[in-house]
Design a protein. Structure first.
Length: 528
């Protein structure tokens, strides 16, 4: 017998190639596969059961878990401001092989160009200076006029006129569109953009109207500021009212990005209101109407609707991925290209259900609980708890039940702060209108806010942060017997740090932006 045959025989004699050993190995592998299968089955059944029980409990409390259920109801076309011919092209499209195809691209282009900042290389400057609501600065109309001078996108003044007149001539090219919108706003009392809320996957729902709506609001801001400077107060008031209507038209859309655009548009309109207050241009009738408009804005309630939509968006997306056998990457959910190589193809369905459960619980316990719209309060401690919970989820290495929540939640507390800050500015702007009405009637601002009730304001809003009265003091009163009607005031919330810092604003370390987590949230009266 040769040596290889002898070696094989020797190995066989030791049991290395015995059928008994092979059979034992196969049996062990089968047991392992069976155990793993049983564990996965248990995990899947357990995860589904826990999710369904959680969902049933919240549904019994009136909560909804699909964006379609949260969507505002359909409206008759002839009452729907969003379907006026100028606005309708924004969402008038079909889907072909996964791509949107607009039915009237020319009408869409017309809508998207209704903005004040179309840049031209021939312009003297490449930016508009529209002022900053947060910092209390006003539009620099001289700088804005330089943007339009030589700008081939806009008509030019043929003679030497003021900066305000140059701006009005440049933006006069959109007079027909503004007139169309004002007519539609008067004839169509309701608004609902035809968003396909039931489209799957939820993260592919298209919202192309948001850019156009914000652009229109900024266009009206520029036109109104120039009109105020030119003494065309009634025109400025009409366009501010239209800007408010545009902002209101997206207020019920239950998606966080829609809510943040809505918040930004409210801020644009408040800047226009401030332009008029700074010039002491608004009449008592204007101020009373604006005060009423501001009193109807409830960004806290709108925030709750948007967060419920965010929950539906998150759990709906995960359920879609589960049903599609995880053919999509994590980057398709998060938008983060660094997740491109991390697929969900091996995730047990039970883990998906558990992540859905984590997302829903975090929204219920933190992001929804952070706002009490009925009490008109934002609870800073609940937002801090959300940040802490999110941080802990991100630090945990073994987190199969929560790793997707750790990706989705870090930015949500910023949305809460932005909402709280803008609602505060809405509230103090409402009081500022009442203060100006008092000044028109009495020649000066009052010593205390309480005297405004009920003649100049039905009820003073309180600070959304601590539930206490907003802080107020009169500044620079005119000298006795001077006959002057000047003077000013400072009005503020204690801000996110919940501390009265005397009306001081804190900037970031580089001095470029306000640190909204420190200092007070301030609205200052006119400086002239």
């Amino acid at each position: 017998m040769n040596q290889p045959t002898q070696a094989a025989a020797s190995l066989q004699s030791r049991g290395f190639f015995s059928w008994r050993t092979l059979r034992r190995s196969l049996i062990g592998l089968a047991i392992l596969v069976t155990v793993v299968g049983l564990l996965l089955t248990f995990e899947n059944v357990r995860g589904k059961r826990m999710w369904n029980e959680h969902k049933r409990q919240l549904q019994a409390q009136g909560e909804k878990f699909s964006i379609g259920e949260l969507a505002p109801p359909p409206l008759p076309d002839d009452q729907n401001f969003a379907l006026t011919p100028l606005l309708k092209p924004a969402l008038d499209f079909t889907r072909e092989t996964g791509h949107a195809v607009w039915r009237d691209s020319n009408a869409l282009n017309r809508l998207n160009l209704l903005r004040p900042d179309q840049f031209s290389d021939s312009a003297e400057t490449n930016r508009l200076s529209l002022g900053n609501l947060d910092e209390g600065t006003l539009a620099d109309l001289e700088a804005c006029a330089r943007f339009y001078r030589g700008n081939s996108n806009y008509p030019q003044a043929t003679s030497a006129v003021s900066a305000a007149q140059q701006i009005l001539i440049a933006l006069g090219k959109v007079d027909p569109e503004i007139a169309e919108l004002e007519k539609a706003a008067a004839a169509r009392p309701l608004s609902r953009f035809p968003i396909d809320y039931n489209y799957e996957p939820p993260f592919a729902i298209l919202l192309p109207h948001l850019q156009a709506m914000r652009g229109l609001c900024t266009l009206l801001q520029m036109r109104s500021a120039a009109a105020l400077e030119a003494g065309l107060t009634n025109r400025a008031f009409s366009e501010l009212k239209l800007g408010m209507r545009l902002s209101d038209s997206i207020s019920q859309e239950p998606i966080v990005i829609d809510h943040l655009v809505r918040v930004a548009m409210v801020g644009i309109n408040l800047q226009t209101l401030r332009e008029g207050l700074a010039r002491r241009a608004w009449s008592d009738a204007h101020l009373a109407a604006l005060e009423k408009e501001l009193g109807a804005i409830d960004l806290l309630a709108e925030y709750k609707g948007a967060i419920r939509g965010e929950r539906a968006f998150g759990v709906g997306t995960l359920d879609y991925l589960r049903r599609q056998r995880f053919q999509l990457r994590l980057s398709d959910i998060t938008g983060d290209s660094t997740d491109d190589m991390r697929t969900m193809s091996l995730m047990p369905a039970g883990w998906v259900y558990q992540n859905m459960l984590t997302i829903s619980r975090m929204h219920q316990d933190f992001s929804l609980a952070a706002v009490d719209e009925k009490a008109h309060r934002v609870l800073v401690n609940r937002v801090a708890a959300l940040d802490q919970e999110t941080h802990q989820l991100g630090q945990s290495r073994l987190r199969p039940y929560s790793f997707i929540a750790a990706l989705l939640f870090p930015s949500l507390s910023k949305a809460t702060i932005k909402t709280a800050k803008m609602q505060t500015l809405v509230d103090v702007a409402q009081i500022a209108c009442a203060l100006e009405r008092y000044r028109l009637a009495n020649g000066n601002y009052p010593e205390a806010l309480e005297v405004l009730e009920p003649k100049f304001i039905a009820k003073l809003p309180h600070d959304v942060i601590n539930g206490q009265p907003l802080k107020y003091r009169r500044t620079d009163p005119p000298s006795p017997g001077s006959g002057a009607t000047g003077g000013s005031f400072i009005l503020y919330s204690v801000g996110w740090n919940e501390s009265d810092d005397g009306g001081s604003v804190v900037f970031s370390k580089d001095g470029k932006n306000i640190n909204w987590k420190e200092g007070d949230w301030v609205w200052a009266g006119p400086t002239k």
